[in-house]
Design a protein around this ligand. Structure first.
Ligand code: SF4
Length: 315
């Protein structure tokens, strides 16, 4: 098997706040193969978006490593980092707030080309037109402003902008959660088509399990800054092993997962990431908690066939 495109090892991001230190991402490790989609799912505040931002160095990590095509991303500076930014892009959650209201569609999509000094002005304009065609935007929208577009078209602009520099790797950060349900499927299908056509690799961040299931080859479930389960999508949904993943899946409407499940109600809120529980972080909400769970943190171990679980239960 070929080398993974990306290797993330023991990635940590802590933020100092008034009450202490937030352990937003706390030792996350995974690999990504070329052309695959890894879904990163969990409740709001679990650290999934921060993981994506740290990998792209939109925010600097506290520690850990990110290797992309054999290069240490976190050590790159200046021109080398600028070159890496052409390879690694992001599609943001809210297309409205991620677009400059004073810039036209053409200006927005062409901005990365301008910043990275790609081609002549005429060549950049041609590339913008090509990108608009790629993402299904009519050429008549070239001189329109974000407020003149609906949510779906705004997100298409965000996608075209992310594709401008011909990246290989894209972090999709909740790209459909701000859109109407009717538009969501169109954008998800577009992302799938683009992936196939351009052989893109996605880290797909979402709180929505049905969206994650639709698009991902493998899924990582995050809880309080850590991955608790990681497996091929079929295994994760067909043979869910971690009690937190089981609870998350049980909350998805049955019709959407086409399978009858017992609803597991999680009691209590997510504990503070400033002072997470000892041992297993999920233990304060876990119906299987045992004394060992408070004493030892369960390591993320392979239960066979690349199905990783961090739990002391042997299921
Ligand atoms: Fe529950 Fe213990 Fe497993 Fe944590 S380690 S998920 S508390 S059984």
């Amino acid at each position: 098997m070929s080398e993974p495109l990306m290797v993330v090892k023991d990635l940590k991001k802590y933020f100092k706040v008034a009450g202490g230190v937030v352990h937003a991402v706390d030792g996350v490790s995974f690999t990504l193969n070329e052309g695959e989609t890894l879904g990163l799912v969990g409740e709001s505040g679990c650290g999934k978006s921060t993981t994506g931002r740290v990998i792209l160095r939109l925010t600097e990590p506290t520690s850990g490593s990110v290797t992309y095509k054999g290069q240490d991303v976190l050590a790159l500076q200046g021109r080398e980092m600028a070159a890496m930014r052409e390879e690694m892009q992001m599609i943001f959650q809210d297309p409205f707030s991620s677009l400059d209201p004073r810039k036209t569609v053409g200006g927005t999509i062409g901005k990365p080309l301008y910043i990275h000094k790609v081609g002549t002005r005429a060549e950049r304009e041609r590339r913008v037109e090509e990108l608009m065609d790629f993402v299904g935007l009519s050429p008549q929208l070239y001189n329109k402003y974000p407020h003149e577009l609906d949510g779906g078209r705004r997100q298409r602009v965000g996608i075209a902008r992310a594709l401008a520099l011909k990246p290989n790797f894209i972090v999709c950060d909740e790209p459909v959660s701000a859109l109407d349900v009717s538009i969501q499927a169109q954008i998800l299908n577009l992302l799938s088509e683009l992936q196939e056509r351009l052989r893109l690799t996605y880290l797909f961040v979402s709180h929505d399990l049905s969206v994650i299931r639709h698009l991902s080859d493998r899924v990582a479930v995050m809880y309080l800054g850590k991955i608790v389960e990681l497996a091929a999508t079929r295994d994760l949904f067909g043979n869910t092993l971690h009690p937190y993943s089981q609870a998350l899946l049980s909350a998805v409407p049955i019709a959407r997962l086409r399978r009858r499940r017992e609803r597991i109600i999680l009691t209590g809120g997510v504990p503070s990431p400033i002072n997470p529980p000892s041992g297993c972080r999920f233990r304060t909400r876990c119906r299987h908690e045992m004394p060992l769970c408070a004493e030892q943190e369960p390591p993320l171990t392979d239960r066979g066939g690349g199905h990783f679980v961090a739990c002391h239960l042997e299921n």
